[in-house]
Ligand binder design. Structure first.
Ligand SMILES: Nc1ncnc2c1ncn2[C@@H]1O[C@H](COP(=O)(O)OP(=O)(O)O)[C@@H](O)[C@H]1O
Ligand SMILES: [Mg+2]
Length: 254
């Protein structure tokens, strides 16, 4: 009998080079279904590159060379020609919220409309469900038709999460999503991610190790393109196995 996999993504021996520069070196890890995986590490440790491989955004960088295997269910993620399908299944949120110059509703409907959904009833349900899941509904339900760009930065970041969720992704990648936000807005985004975990697999890259320690189920420490250590978040922060992990979480570099 074939057992159903409990991994959303299984990454084996992933390496990425830009010209003769190595951005990721022989990364192997499994990302469990429904977990919130935190990725920490100083700048240039390969965190962003790792995310761009997972939804094939890396294809848009001409001199990138990717080796290794990534399995998503039955799909050979690095080999498939169905790149748009990968990007729908694996959504990405960037550091700076980029709300579209549309209404709040228009932002959330954008992806589904582009993939052919036209039924107003279905779109209404998608808008409400996505905004609720992103923890933004109560703040915007009375002004869905006002411009999204009038929202605060933190609200725009949650709107970006709602926009990604409207496409019903299996995995959500976030690259330092709170780096431009104040502490209160950061807390709202963190609450949103905690509530989403379980339904969606979340990979959260953060330049703030404390953020991973607050929200992540497991945390991976990247350094110089290598995966130094991966463990349950509490264990990684209280009993790091590698002295480089210890030095980083004690704030000695990065
Ligand atoms: N498009 C690119 N072209 C050339 N080098 C790149 C490119 N993107 C990333 N790199 C290099 O890969 C390494 C890892 O970068 P990155 O993944 O952005 O790290 P992080 O997100 O941890 O700061 C860095 O040395 C960076 O200079
Ligand atoms: Mg980065």
């Amino acid at each position: 009998m074939v057992m159903p996999t409990t991994d959303a993504l299984s990454i084996q021996n992933l390496s990425v080079n830009f010209g003769n520069k190595t951005a990721l070196r022989d990364i192997s890890l499994d990302i469990h279904k429904g977990e919130l995986l935190g990725i920490i590490g100083p700048t240039t440790s390969g965190k962003t590159t790792f995310l761009t491989v997972l939804n094939r955004m890396i294809d848009t960088l001409p001199d990138a060379k990717v080796r290794g295997r990534i399995r998503m269910g039955d799909l050979n993620l690095l080999a498939t020609q169905q790149v748009q399908s990968v990007r729908r299944r694996v959504g990405m949120i960037f550091a700076l919220p980029v709300a579209l110059p549309l209404t709040i509703r228009g932002n959330v409907e954008y992806g589904p409309r582009r993939s052919g959904v036209r039924d107003p009833g279905i779109l209404d349900v998608l808008v409400e469900d996505s905004l609720k899941a992103a923890g933004l509904w109560e703040e915007v339900e009375t002004r869905l038709d006002s411009p999204a760009l009038k929202l605060s930065g933190g609200q725009q970041q949650r709107l970006c999460i709602a926009r990604a969720l409207a496409l019903k992704p299996e995995v959500l990648l976030l690259d330092e999503p709170c780096s431009g936000l104040d502490p209160l807005s950061t807390a709202r985004v963190e609450d949103t991610l905690i509530a989403l975990r379980g339904d969606v697999t979340i990979v959260l890259v953060t330049n703030n190790p404390y953020q991973a320690s607050r929200v992540a189920d497991r945390t991976a420490f990247f350094l110089g393109g290598e995966l130094v250590e991966l463990n349950d978040t509490k264990a990684l922060f209280t009993l790091p196995k590698d002295e480089r992990t210890q030095a980083y979480i004690e704030g000695k570099f990065g």
